[in-house]
Design a protein around this ligand. Structure first.
Ligand code: ATP
Length: 221
């Protein structure tokens, strides 16, 4: 069975750094497909500056106008928008497993900053039973000194080849190497709220945000 990837995030809004991560994850893991999974109500952070439907539509627009690598396809998975309550990754991965079976190889993609915070996630150790973790390097989030409990959980799981990922359903940890990507959604929202041009957006996404007047006001904290 071929490897598939889920890439979770708030995508508030999607930017070119996200697309670079997705491309690098697909290419380096030789996965057949990557689904972006926008969070409806992300735990541990302020409410998003745009609604779920707006953010998911911007991801769809980005994917329609930016090409995936030749090796794999990409799409949007709206399941977290259909679920009530906070969007916990462990629930999403359990749903996916129930649909695709215990043997299907699955990778969950996240940036290095998110990975360093993993011990704060709900049932974080269960994530390793449900998927491989594909950790994308990100400026400012060094991977050489992990929090001790994360370091201990990752011991024996580090994998350097795509073959390792295809050979098991879950449980490996793989670093996605990519040239440093400076984009952040916070910087995009700050620029738009200050009526400046935002760097790092796909052209079609920037145009749609302007047309809809999104992110012109800072969200209530
Ligand atoms: P915010 O500034 O609102 O926190 P963000 O730019 O970090 O947003 P998210 O939607 O929170 O974007 O990110 C989704 C996932 O993508 C996270 O795992 C995050 O670590 C990763 N990610 C986002 N931007 C980058 C980047 N420039 N390089 C590497 N990983 C990234």
């Amino acid at each position: 069975m071929s490897l598939r990837l889920l890439y979770g995030g708030t995508f508030d809004p999607i930017h070119l750094g996200h697309l670079a991560v997705a491309r690098a994850a697909l290419a380096s893991s030789m996965a057949a497909r990557l689904d972006f999974v926008p969070a409806a109500d992300p735990p541990h952070r302020a409410p998003p500056g745009a609604g779920f439907d707006e953010r998911a539509a911007l991801v769809e627009l980005a994917l329609a106008t930016e090409p995936p690598p030749t090796s794999g396809a990409w799409a949007v998975d709206r399941r977290e928008g259909r679920r009530a309550g906070l969007s916990f990754t462990v629930d999403t991965l359990r749903e996916w497993r129930a649909e695709h079976g215990e043997a299907a190889p699955l990778g969950f993609v996240l940036g290095a900053d998110a990975f360093l915070g993993l011990p704060g996630w709900r049932e974080w150790r269960a994530l390793f039973d449900l998927a491989h973790l594909l950790v994308a390097r990100r400026p400012g989030a060094a991977l050489d000194a992990l929090p001790p409990e994360l370091d201990a959980e990752c011991a024996g799981r580090w994998s350097e080849t795509a073959q390792d990922l295809a050979a098991a359903a879950a449980g490996r940890v793989f670093i996605v190497e990519l040239p440093p990507r400076p984009e952040s959604a916070t910087a995009v929202r700050d620029a738009l709220a200050e009526r400046r041009d935002a760097d790092g957006l796909p052209a079609a996404v920037a145009a749609r945000i302007t047309a809809l007047g999104l992110y012109r006001d800072r969200p209530r904290a």
